[in-house]
Design a protein around this ligand. Structure first.
Ligand code: SF4
Length: 262
């Protein structure tokens, strides 16, 4: 994306973003669905600094306890990995799932978005972010001239639905960590966007507040990482869409900076 287009995006009124003022926004609400219980967000207004501002070291030890990875995961290709996740029983979330939700999108694109875990609709359809939160995420991507399946891959910290759409436990995130890590290795994205507190904690290794983690470039396995709100949170906190837009532009600039490096 060139600088002129990026500046035009920065000048867009937030009300026009993510379908807020489009016909799509006036469609009837989706069928009742248990609201996603994304991890809580502590408030602290912040304006995104330039990408050159690197995040300090994590405030505390990673919340994800170490669990031995599945045998052979480090040599799995994409299809082997997909099959292994489909059959995985490494944590209790396998008991009530209809299916594991591997991810969706382009496995060769520069963008990787990581959310928390599948909800009821995702569990049913086998694809992440397909409910109201998914439509909002699609709107967020469209605002950046992106779409799932084109330049973008979307995955979750845990691949199976937590019962009642609760937040995954650190143990469940740890059990699933090797699958996400192998996805990151195979995709080799140029920027990662963590959607919400669970993904931010998992990928930054910090227990700091989401507000405190926004607006900085972190790194996950050497890949630039930017933190923003989970779309399910934004559905209930409309004013924070403006902050999420700042984060997306920040991520865009972070990607551009990464691509400019030799
Ligand atoms: S959540 Fe992850 S670790 Fe747990 S059963 Fe599903 S795929 Fe396996």
């Amino acid at each position: 994306m060139d600088e002129r287009l990026l500046r035009e995006l920065e000048l867009l009124p937030v009300a026009r973003l993510y379908g807020l003022a489009t016909p799509a926004a006036r469609e009837p609400a989706a069928p009742p669905e248990a609201p996603r219980q994304v991890a809580p967000v502590a408030e602290a207004p912040r304006r995104a600094p330039p990408p050159s501002r690197l995040a300090p070291a994590p405030q505390s030890a990673p919340a994800v306890p170490a669990i031995a990875p599945p045998a052979g995961v480090e040599s799995m290709d994409w299809e082997a990995l997909r099959e292994a996740v489909r059959d995985c029983r490494r944590c209790g979330l396998c008991e009530q799932r209809k299916q594991a939700v591997f991810g969706v999108g382009s496995p060769t694109g520069p963008w990787l978005f990581v959310g928390e875990g599948p909800g009821a609709e995702e569990d049913e359809r086998g694809e992440p972010f397909v409910g109201q939160a998914g439509r909002l995420l699609d709107g967020m991507l469209a605002s950046l001239r992106l779409a799932r399946g084109r330049e973008v891959y979307i995955a979750n910290v845990v691949k199976c639905r937590p019962p009642g759409n609760r937040v995954p436990t650190p143990g469940e995130a740890a059990a699933c960590a090797a699958w996400l890590d192998r996805q990151v290795e195979l995709i080799a994205p140029r920027v990662i966007v963590a959607l919400g507190k669970t993904a931010a904690t998992r990928l930054t290794g910090s227990e700091g507040s989401l507000a405190g983690l926004r607006g900085r470039v972190h790194a996950y396995r050497g890949i630039p990482l930017v933190v923003t709100y989970h779309p399910a949170y934004l559905l209930r906190n409309l004013p924070d869409k403006a902050k999420a837009w700042e984060d997306l532009l920040f991520a865009r600039r972070t990607l551009d900076a990464a691509l400019a490096r030799p």
